[in-house]
Design a binder for this molecule. Structure first.
Ligand SMILES: Nc1nc2c(c(=O)[nH]1)N[C@H]1C(S)=C(S)[C@@H](COP(=O)(O)OP(=O)(O)OC[C@H]3O[C@@H](n4cnc5c(=O)[nH]c(N)nc54)[C@H](O)[C@@H]3O)O[C@H]1N2
Ligand SMILES: Nc1nc2c(c(=O)[nH]1)N[C@H]1C(S)=C(S)[C@@H](COP(=O)(O)OP(=O)(O)OC[C@H]3O[C@@H](n4cnc5c(=O)[nH]c(N)nc54)[C@H](O)[C@@H]3O)O[C@H]1N2
Ligand SMILES: [Mo]
Length: 760
């Protein structure tokens, strides 16, 4: 917490001078050198490095500065001049560090030396790489591979990710949970079952051709700010942008382009949303049902009157399955139910429906506001249903645009990081490397957490991320973590997961993507895939944070060589010497998506891996796009009850997941603290609460779990009644591990049942 707490509403736009100031602040705080300014000019450019923040597309013809406020913060965070050396760990015990805030842990700087936890002194101590690898290998050889977790956070490159999946499988484990399991797995499962492709269907260029955007539960001003440029162009072109979000997010309201001198000088901003619907958390299924009902009934009427059809009947007949049953359901669903469950008025949903009915090329955008719900799959299916009604998938200027999170999270799935055996060409891998991979389903994130809590897991190996902090039920999980026999984490900065050492524990520091990666064959580049299924090369040029660091592929090879029997078909050293050899292997495993990989990786704007649904080729069971009927009209998965609120756990403008850059959530006007709860004024009045009163949030899942976050400041906020907002990861303690999306198992972080108690 900084000294001054301020929760006055912010009146400025997204972007503008506020964003310039914010970049300047973090640059000063991280004491970055001139190298950072140089690197920023190479960010997201062909031949440069790909931003380590979000997965937004990288255009072939970039802006002069193709980076945003938060991308610049992520760069400054990685290129910080602070170093977290063994001397730091000599000064602080792990027990002491556990009392530190996430912000302070990472502020200690870039890790420089491989470390082993020494239980007798309760400290991390430096070890040599050789010693670390040998001991990790010796331990891994003694475990049941089915009890070892290989977690990956979505930042690692395609090369590293491919190696990671391979090492786990050669070892005998399919326990490959990744951050996608907490994020867009609902998309991977929901889109796969509905349209046969697990990813978005649009290209970046489709934003130049669409005439309407339907926008659900994604916050571009914070989480993908470069998206504000196409959104602004769309708004200027007269594209109707219809937003559904419980909160009025500033980036969806108006934007001042920091790269536009006139807007900056005059303080002018461009309004973004043409309609803004503050749906209740978990109310999107009902809202979408309202829109679908409106267009279906408009079509019924048109047909009766021999007027032009509203639905695309030819498309529905040729390409879809399930329309009649769905249409019957939509007609039978009453407006009373729709209004109650969505929290929106019929007239407002009809206005949204009218935009949908009159638009020829519609893009649907969504993020965590749809995926992180018990009924997340129904959310995604309802978006697809709406889009199919007028043939808005698989034509120019139209389609599905889920906005992915981590910069390579989608790519990790493409190259084999998954617990689901059916998603990987196991036969080809078996032949390519001459081993028998496991065929059974492994643990996803929820299953891995449950196994850790039940003491069924033996070891945790983490490639990046901060899993113990990002998952639900953190209070229950932490003791389980400490009982693991072995914990190994590969990381750039210290975080809470590292402070939960197993009986044997290593913390292995790696190079970041922005840094020069010098190997035997020269400086190496890596690749990643963005939200538009485009794959790019990325070359780091900054001076490494320490000479002692190894690259992620080198660390993985070190662990592999110490753990696995030598394999004549796989030369780990040759892969590390030249990552081109890893890309050649990826091409052999995935010839369709990665043909001429090494040659095409520098294509400006990336090369497209191909998405079948974008060509109206539906790889579903029926061979058609499936129109699904939702199981319920709201996605919360729990009943309403007196005093029970729906808690949405939120990201501030000053964090990247569990990395806290600072304490300013500028657009929401919350500065100086993260210990707040956003509340509707009527709810506050009913409970006799005033602004800045202190309250506790108490879990209300009805499972006897004892979950509490104490001492949050109440901030009166424009949020639907019955819904409250508070920050992730501080509130993860309130989410039961079993409270997740059905089928995809994504923790339902956007509707957590809680009660609000006045702090005593
Ligand atoms: N700067 C920065 N960039 C990031 C990240 C970061 O933390 N910081 N994280 C990265 C990652 S891994 C991811 S997955 C993405 C996350 O990016 P987003 O998908 O934008 O995720 P959130 O900010 O968690 O929530 C998105 C929005 O959902 C709304 N919402 C909550 N509940 C509901 C609901 O029931 N219905 C609707 N319609 N809306 C709802 C919230 O008000 C919020 O505006 O961003 C990536 N980029
Ligand atoms: N309540 C709630 N919980 C959530 C969410 C939510 O909205 N609400 N969102 C979920 C989502 S969408 C996600 S994606 C997860 C995020 O979960 P994770 O991906 O596990 O977490 P991050 O905070 O992104 O990981 C940060 C750490 O990554 C390490 N790191 C950074 N760069 C590198 C690198 O280049 N290499 C390596 N090896 N390590 C690096 C640093 O040590 C840093 O401390 O959290 C999920 N949890
Ligand atoms: Mo994510």
């Amino acid at each position: 917490m900084t000294d001054k707490i301020d929760t006055e509403p912010y009146t400025g736009p997204a972007g503008g001078w506020g964003s310039m100031k914010s970049v300047a602040e973090i640059s000063i705080r991280e004491k970055v050198g001139p190298e950072t300014a140089r690197e920023l000019t190479r960010q997201n450019k062909p031949g440069g490095f790909m931003c380590v923040s979000c997965a937004w597309g990288k255009p072939a013809h970039p802006h002069i500065a193709e980076f945003c406020e938060n991308g610049a913060k992520a760069t400054a965070w990685e290129l910080t001049s602070y170093r977290n050396t063994p001397a730091f760990f000599a000064e602080h015990t792990v027990t002491e560090l556990r009392t530190w805030k996430d912000y302070d842990l990472e502020q200690a700087g870039r890790l420089t030396h491989p470390l082993r936890y020494d239980a007798s002194s309760d400290r991390y101590v430096a070890v040599s790489w050789e010693e670390a690898f040998a001991d990790i290998g010796a331990h891994l050889k003694t475990y049941d591979p089915k009890k070892v977790v290989f977690y990956a956070s979505g930042r690692a490159s395609l090369e590293t990710s491919y190696m990671w999946g391979l090492i786990a499988r050669m070892y005998g484990s399919q326990n490959l949970p990744d951050s996608s399991n907490m994020c867009h797995e609902t998309t991977s499962v929901g889109l796969k079952s509905a349209i046969g492709s697990p990813v978005g269907t649009i290209h970046l260029a489709d934003y130049d051709e669409c005439d309407a955007i339907f926008y659900f539960g994604q916050n571009p001003g914070v989480n993908s700010p470069r998206f504000l440029h196409p959104l602004r162009s769309c708004a200027k072109r007269g594209v109707e942008i219809v937003v559904f979000n419980p909160l009025k997010e500033r980036g969806l309201e108006r934007f001042t382009d920091p790269q536009n001198p006139l807007e900056m000088a005059t303080g002018k901003s461009t309004p973004i949303a043409s309609q803004y619907h503050q749906v209740k958390a978990g109310g999107d299924i009902a809202a979408l049902m309202g829109i679908c009902k409106f267009v279906i009934e408009a079509d019924d009427k048109a047909r009766k009157n021999n007027a032009p059809a509203v639905l695309d009947h030819a498309f529905l007949a040729e390409h879809t399955k399930g329309f009649d049953a769905f249409a019957a359901k939509a007609r039978a669903t009453s407006w009373t139910e729709i209004e109650r469950e969505s929290g929106l008025a019929r007239a407002d949903l009809e206005a949204a429906g009218a935009v949908y009915a009159r638009s020829q090329r519609v893009i649907a955008v969504y993020g965590m506001g749809l995926t992180q719900h018990v009924g997340g799959i129904d959310n995604v299916h309802m978006v697809v249903n709406m889009m199919l009604l007028r043939g808005n998938i698989g034509k120019p200027g139209a389609g599905l645009g889920p906005v992915r999170g981590h910069s390579n999270v989608q790519g990790q799935r493409t190259v084999g990081i998954t617990e689901k055996p059916e998603l990987v060409p196991l036969d080809r891998i078996a032949e390519q490397f001459g081993f028998e991979p496991p065929r059974d389903k492994g643990w996803d994130t929820v299953a891995a957490c449950e196994a850790i809590v039940k003491r069924e897991a033996q070891a945790y190996i983490g490639l990046g991320g901060n899993l113990a902090r990002a998952v639900p039920d953190t209070a229950e999980i932490e003791p389980g973590w400490r009982d693991l026999d072995l914990t190994v984490t590969i990381a750039t900065k210290l975080n809470r997961t590292h402070l939960l050492p197993g009986k044997t524990c290593y913390l292995l520091p790696c190079l970041g993507r922005i840094e020069t990666d010098e190997q035997a064959a020269g400086a190496q580049a890596v690749t990643m895939e963005d939200s538009f299924s485009r794959i790019y090369g990325s070359r780091g040029r900054a001076t490494p944070a320490a000479e002692t660091l190894l690259s992620e592929p080198a660390i993985l090879a070190g662990i592999a060589k110490a753990t696995l029997a030598p394999n004549p078909k796989l030369d780990w050293d040759a892969w590390v010497a030249d990552y081109g050899a890893i890309r050649d292997a990826i091409e052999v495993t995935y010839p369709d998506k990665f043909s001429r990989f090494n040659e095409r990786m520098w294509t400006p704007g990336g090369f497209w891996k191909g998405v079948e649904a974008a060509h109206r080729q539906w790889l579903t069971e029926s061979g058609k796009a499936e129109i699904n009927i939702p199981k319920a009209l709201n996605a919360t998965g729990f009943a309403e009850s007196a005093g029970r609120f729906r808690l949405m756990t939120l990201r501030s403008n000053d964090q990247f997941n569990t990395t806290i850059y600072g304490y300013s959530d500028r657009f929401r006007g919350i500065n100086g603290t993260r210990d707040v709860v956003l509340m509707n004024r009527a709810d506050m009045a009913r409970m006799g609460l005033a602004g800045h009163d202190k309250v506790d949030l108490v879990g209300d899942a009805g499972d006897n779990g004892d979950r509490r976050v104490s001492g949050l400041l109440v901030v009166p906020y424009d949020i639907p009644a019955g819904c409250i907002g508070a920050y992730y990861p501080e509130c993860n303690i309130l989410i039961p591990v079993g409270h997740h999306a059905t089928e995809s198992h994504v923790p339902a972080a956007k509707s957590v049942p809680v009660r609000v108690e006045k702090a005593s």
